[in-house]
Design a protein around this ligand. Structure first.
Ligand SMILES: NC(=O)c1ccc[n+]([C@@H]2O[C@H](COP(=O)([O-])OP(=O)(O)OC[C@H]3O[C@@H](n4cnc5c(N)ncnc54)[C@H](OP(=O)(O)O)[C@@H]3O)[C@@H](O)[C@H]2O)c1
Length: 375
């Protein structure tokens, strides 16, 4: 019998983290959860620790006692020699330091956090290459592209990222202005953390994913297309030079890309994962996104094209604006306005270092709070 894969789950109490633990629960002989890192949800991380008996835990309470587990910060879990795969399911800027640590330790990284690739993708990928680390995408679109590219010796001509369009895809500009946080948090196809749910409603999420796809697959922005696909069955597509298109299809359930990022190159049977009933699905719709009603998508693609520290400013300004929206301080439409203003006023560094990225992020945070006060 082969020994189980040792997992660190960073962000274990969140949406991706809990679904990763579902996968671990389904494969107890294959997976051993060695480390759990959470934020504020101490009750849940305690419960998870009771069930999985990890060697390491962490949360906002650094004095946390969970059985025999030792408290270790996520960055140290990520590079611990006893960990085989690090699942990075932390949101926003919190994902960068542990992902970099895992890359420098040559780990396999199942990466859900997209913001670290957006802000510091060039540095992260270079570190991973230098230290022999593997970055396996968990985001369903990038996992789909990865699955379509496996075994293809030819470079793709185009990547086609699908987007559900979020809950407001048919709203007018006026209706979008008055969307409340409660409405924006009710996503039609996916159950996710708050930040990524709001990003899905503004289509910023898709914009971040375009930058993520550009970084992961080295494809020009001109050859990455976004299409609205409300059924969320086709998770993304790849077009080749002969016009052939490959797609990965399945009912929307993040446990599939999470499991694949862990099981690769194998596919493990998992009866918990839903099967598509094609006679009931009936039709699959595709349409072009409306950049006028969803300006965040355009802002993201422009920031990606300009590169330098613009993607870091985009990502941080958005994180800040989403927090302000969730706190009832700004309107839904203000998210795009604030991010747009921050990008306009930013002076980027050409090939940024980690320090200049961190400085740009601090600047973006301050700029968004300052702009929000004058709304
Ligand atoms: N959810 C999805 O379906 C989905 C799909 C694709 C990609 N992603 C990406 O995956 C990442 C996580 O998304 P999510 O939806 O799982 O988020 P989430 O539900 O908000 O969960 C975030 C997790 O990170 C922990 N956390 C937050 N801030 C932290 C900090 N500063 N230090 C340590 N732990 C911290 C939270 O802990 P507490 O809850 O204990 O505070 C929680 O465990 C995001 O980058 C998102 O874009 C998510």
């Amino acid at each position: 019998m082969t020994s189980p894969i040792h997992l660190a789950v960073l962000g274990s109490t969140g949406s991706i983290g809990q679904q990763t633990l579902d996968v671990a629960r389904r494969h107890p002989e294959r997976l051993s959860v060695v480390a759990l890192a959470a934020g504020e949800n101490i009750a849940l991380v305690r419960k998870q620790a009771e069930e999985f008996k990890p060697r390491f835990v962490s949360c906002a309470d650094r004095q946390l006692v969970c059985g025999d587990a030792v408290c270790l910060p996520p960055e140290q879990m990520a590079l611990h020699p006893d960990i085989d795969i690090v699942v990075v399911a932390l949101p926003g800027g919190a994902g960068l330091a542990p992902t970099l640590a895992a890359a420098r330790a040559g780990k396999i990284i199942a990466l859900a956090n997209k913001e670290c690739l957006v802000a510091a993708g060039a540095i992260l990928l270079a570190e991973a290459k230098k230290h022999g680390a593997q970055i396996r995408p968990v985001d369903s679109e990038h996992s789909a592209i990865w699955q379509c590219l496996i075994g293809e010796p030819s470079a793709p001509e185009k990547l086609i990222l699908t987007a559900s369009g979020g809950p407001f895809r048919n709203y007018s500009i006026d209706q979008l202005e008055s969307v409340t946080p409660e409405q924006a948090l009710a996503h039609p196809s996916w159950k996710m953390g708050k930040k990524v749910t709001i990003d899905s409603a503004t289509l910023m999420n898709k914009g971040l994913e375009v930058i993520e796809a550009h970084r992961l697959y080295g494809i020009d922005y001109d050859r990455i297309e976004v299409v609205i696909h409300p059924q969320s069955i086709v998770h993304s597509m790849v077009e080749f030079g002969d016009g052939a298109v490959k797609a990965q299809l399945s009912p929307p359930d993040m446990r599939l890309p999470i499991q694949y990022a862990i099981s690769y190159p194998d596919r493990w049977d998992n009866p918990d994962l839903p099967r598509a009933d094609w006679t009931k699905i009936g039709r699959l719709d595709f349409s072009a996104p409306d950049y006028g009603r969803f300006p965040c998508l355009k802002l993201a693609i422009e920031a990606g094209r300009k590169d330098g520290t613009y993607p870091a400013v985009l990502s941080t300004a958005d994180e800040e604006a989403v927090n302000l929206f969730l706190g009832g301080r700004i309107r839904f439409g203000d998210i795009a306005r604030l991010v747009g203003r921050a990008l306009e006023e930013h002076n980027s560094t050409g090939s940024p270092s980690l320090d200049s990225i961190a400085a740009a992020e601090t600047w973006a945070r301050q700029k968004v709070s300052e702009l929000a006060r004058s709304l």
